[in-house]
Design a protein. Sequence first.
Length: 130
Amino acid sequence: MALWQKIEYEQASPAVRAVFDDIRATRSSDYINDVWKVLANDPGLLERCWSRVKTVMSAGALDPLTKELIYVAVSIANSCEYCVGTHSASARAKGMTDAQFGELLAVVGLASEMNRIVTGAQVELDERYR
């Protein structure tokens, strides 16, 4: 349960409506995710978060699907159910296949297990990688 209520467009301040309008325009969609509606309780936070998402997740040296896959992997590692769900849907919309999702889960599982083993064994980084 969210600790803040969702702010719908009709109840939103002009500053929040401007961000919502930008989300819709950027995504070519009328849908505003609940995370943005909740963050709208603090218009400055909403604007900062949306600005970062828009900047970081746009095409660059990494293509948008790769960025979504990384976002899903980090969200799994951080146990963010909301982000796993929304960014998995976004990755699917950008072309993620079932096979890619399966491999992503395998890599996340492997990295999590190996990270714990290496941390527990306190293995120091090889000189050649420093």
